[in-house]
Design a protein around this ligand. Structure first.
Ligand SMILES: CC(C)(COP(=O)(O)OP(=O)(O)OC[C@H]1O[C@@H](n2cnc3c(N)ncnc32)[C@H](O)[C@@H]1OP(=O)(O)O)[C@@H](O)C(=O)NCCC(=O)NCCS
Length: 236
C-alpha cells in the first residue's frame, strides 16, 4: 500500500522557499521556541518547517494555517511547551490530527495522518552520507542489523546505514519517544519494527522507505515513514 492508500499525506518543501513573513500563523509557544535559537539559520529553518507543516495541513483540510491549534506533547517531560509529538486541533474536525516533520539540510518533509485510526506517525529524511561515521554500527544498530551491514558491498555501506537511520528515527517519532529510546534497541530491517516497548505490541505497524524522487527531494536523500494503529480498531 502507498502512504496515500493508508490515509497519509506527504509533502517535501525546500525550506528557503517558505515565506517567513507567514510567521504570524504560528502560536506563542512556537515563536517563543524560535527565539531561543542563537543561530539565525537554525531559527529560520525551525520557523520554515513549522509554517510548512501548517500550510500542508491547511491545504488538506481547508482550515486556515493560523486557525490550527498546535498541541504538541512530549512524553519525556509530560508537557507540550511547543516540542515533542506534533498534534493539531482543527476548526473543521473533532479530535487531534497527528503529524510529523523532519528537516535535513535545506529540505523538510512533513506528513499528516488523515486516517484518524492512526495513533502514531513518523517521518525522517537525511542526506545519503548522514550516518557515515565511525562507531555508527555499534552505537545505533541491533546485532541483526550489523549482520546485514556486513553483507553490504563497501561502496553501498554509507547509504545502507543512512537508510537504517531514517527508518529508526521514523519509528521512534511514530512511537513518540524520539531518541529518548535507544535506537540500538529497535530493529528496523524488516517491514515492521521489532524491539518496541510491550505497551505498543498490540499495534499494527507499517514502515516504508520513500523514494526521494517521488517527493521532489534530491536523489541522494534517504526518507522513511512509520505509522502504527491499535489492532482493536482494525476491521476483522
Ligand atoms: C525527534 C528527534 C529524533 C528528531 O531529531 P532530528 O533528526 O534532529 O530532527 P528532525 O528534523 O528529523 O525532526 C524534528 C521534528 O521531530 C518531531 N519530534 C520531536 N520530538 C518528537 C517526539 N518525541 N515524537 C515524535 N516526533 C517528535 C518534531 O516535529 C520536530 O520538529 P520541530 O523541530 O518543529 O519541533 C529528536 O529531536 C529527539 O529524539 N527528540 C526527543 C528527545 C527528548 O525526549 N527530549 C526530552 C525533551 S524534555
Amino acid at each position: 500500500m502507498t502512504p496515500a492508500d493508508q490515509g497519509l499525506s506527504l509533502a517535501a518543501v525546500r525550506l528557503s522557499s517558505v515565506d517567513l513573513g507567514l510567521s504570524h500563523v504560528l502560536d506563542e509557544a512556537e515563536l517563543a521556541r524560535a527565539s531561543t535559537f542563537r543561530s539565525p539559520a537554525l531559527r529560520d529553518a525551525f520557523l520554515a518547517g513549522r509554517i510548512a507543516l501548517r500550510l500542508h495541513i491547511s491545504a488538506l483540510t481547508g482550515d486556515s494555517p493560523g486557525s490550527l491549534e498546535a498541541d504538541y506533547f512530549c512524553p519525556t517531560c509530560r508537557s507540550g511547551r511547543g516540542h515533542g509529538i506534533p498534534r493539531y486541533r482543527l476548526p473543521s474536525q473533532s479530535g487531534l490530527l497527528r503529524a510529523s516533520l523532519s528537516r535535513s539540510g535545506s529540505w523538510c518533509l512533513s506528513a499528516a495522518a488523515l486516517d484518524r485510526r492512526s495513533a502514531g506517525i513518523g517521518v525522517d529524511i537525511e542526506n545519503g552520507s548522514a550516518a557515515d561515521f565511525d562507531g555508527f554500527p555499534s552505537l545505533v544498530l541491533t546485532e541483526n542489523e550489523r549482520g546485514q551491514l556486513q553483507r553490504v558491498p563497501p561502496a553501498l555501506k554509507a547509504r545502507f546505514q543512512t537508510r537504517l537511520w531514517v527508518r529508526k528515527e521514523a519509528v521512534l517519532k511514530a512511537l513518540g519517544t524520539g531518541l529518548a529510546k535507544a535506537p540500538s534497541l529497535v530493529d528496523v530491517s524488516g517491514s515492521t519494527p521489532s524491539g518496541l516497548p510491550r505497551t505498543s505490541e498490540p499495534a499494527l505497524w507499517s514502515l516504508e522507505d520513500i523514494s526521494p524522487a517521488s517527493l521532489g527531494l534530491p536523489e541522494d536523500f534517504a526518507a522513511s515513514i512509520a505509522t502504527w494503529q491499535p489492532r482493536d480498531v482494525l476491521p476483522d
